[in-house]
Design a protein. Structure first.
Length: 420
């Protein structure tokens, strides 16, 4: 088949959205000939990766808007407006390509965002949307613990989503999608409300086979102290403050415990002050941002991943920790709640800040005092990543979906519907 992919974010060797775009391009090209429309600033890292590991079945189409349009993209402030305009430009490129190539199917993979349109839906071929996310929200009871910056962010985010859902182009995207994937149950409900005919929950996050097997080759640490790890950008909605407060409660029961925090962001100074106020600063290490390969090694030097994020669509760090054989303690919210099961970690209800802090501390203490439980959860975590979040398996699943859609001349076949 000839498949057209829209991947605004697409970069090899990284996680998050760029990793999603890159890995879908690789996986789809295992079975089909692929044309990928992506941003021109992704060209250098893509060509460097292709020089080492060619992907002969992929045609790269680089697109950036004129200089006057790039004015709107200043850091993260104007990225969504620029992205919207870029999607319009991508449609005209896609329409021209379709006249030359005649695609069998098109697929929007990044951004992983349900409340902005993909104009590829307007092409006269089956359209696959996603996985997309973004409907996940921080419970309102947690807002009072946010900084002013955090509260403003949440208000603007809610407003942007509400306006996006009213956009007729978003509704057109939803109605024309032959199949839509949601990263969480919250987004699944939104997609159904927007008019999607067939929706299935399917995580956008995954790991390559090497990323699953490599951590197991790194020796586990042998130490008497118990070490926790939190990994991610230091933003208010990542919930690191709740991790710190839970650690302070836990440390009163296990004084020799340690807490490592990898990542950087605008909340770092405030979080360091919180650690001082809680009298745990001597046991908390802020390691800053690290290269991905170094993070994977650091995972094996810790005992448990604490991931108290309030509205993650994906939660790549949970998968990376699980691949390293670490049990995960997280809030029962968003993408991490689908990745982590009772067999691989502990999910804590997110009802109120004080309750979450207390339950996180209890969950950590339960794991700290039971080495056998940690080992059992770690083995199950590695198995779950291999079976459900391995990119090769995800690629095979999508190939089956494409085949079913291409053969659904008069609506979806029973095989296609069974995937939802």
């Amino acid at each position: 088949m000839k498949v057209l992919v829209s991947a605004y974010a697409c970069e090899p060797g990284v996680g998050s959205e760029p990793g999603v775009g890159w890995n879908w391009a690789r996986q789809i090209s295992r079975f089909h000939e692929v044309w990928v429309i992506t941003r021109a600033n992704n060209r250098q890292p893509i060509e460097m990766a292709l020089a080492k590991d060619p992907m002969p079945g992929v045609h790269w189409v680089y697109l950036d808007l004129p200089r006057w349009a790039r004015f709107w993209k200043r850091g993260q402030r104007g990225v969504h407006l620029y992205y919207y305009l870029w999607q319009l430009g991508a449609y005209f490129v896609a329409r021209r390509l379709h006249r030359e190539v005649v695609f069998d199917l098109c697929h929007h993979v990044t951004f992983v965002n349900y409340w902005m349109p993909s104009f590829l839906a307007m092409l006269p071929v089956p359209f696959v949307w996603g996985p997309v996310g973004g409907a996940e929200s921080a419970p309102r009871s947690f807002w009072r613990s946010f900084s002013l910056r955090g509260k403003v962010y949440e208000v603007v985010r809610d407003l942007a989503r509400s306006l996006g859902q009213l956009d007729p182009c978003v509704r057109l995207t939803a109605r024309r999608a032959a199949f839509a994937f949601a990263t969480s149950q919250e987004t699944e409900r939104r997609l159904n409300a927007l008019g999607c005919k067939t929706v299935s929950v399917f995580s956008e996050a995954g790991l390559q086979a090497e990323e699953v097997s490599r951590p197991a080759r790194i020796p586990l640490r042998q130490a008497s102290s118990f070490r926790l790890l939190t990994l991610g950008r230091l933003l208010h909605w990542k919930g690191v403050e709740f991790g710190l407060r839970a650690f302070a409660r836990f440390k009163s029961r296990l004084p020799e415990a340690e807490y490592c925090i990898i990542g950087d962001g605008p909340e770092r100074k405030r979080l360091m002050r919180v650690a001082e106020e809680l009298s745990v600063a001597g046991s908390v290490t802020f390691l800053g941002a690290m290269p991905r390969w170094q993070v994977m090694e650091k995972l094996r030097d810790c005992d448990v991943l604490v991931h108290p994020s309030l509205h993650d669509s994906g939660g790549w760090v949970c998968l990376e920790a699980m691949a390293a054989g670490l049990p995960v303690v997280c809030l029962d919210l968003g993408g991490p709640a689908l990745q982590v099961t009772e067999e691989t970690g502990i999910k804590v209800p997110a009802i109120a800040p004080e309750q979450a802090e207390r339950d996180l501390a209890d969950a950590i203490y339960k794991l700290a005092r039971d080495l056998e439980l940690r080992a059992r959860l770690g083995v199950a975590a590695r198995k779950r990543v291999e079976e459900h979040f391995n990119w090769d398996r995800k690629g095979l699943f999508m190939a089956k979906l494409y085949h079913s859609l291409a053969n659904a001349k008069d609506g979806l076949t029973a095989e296609t519907r069974s995937l939802a």
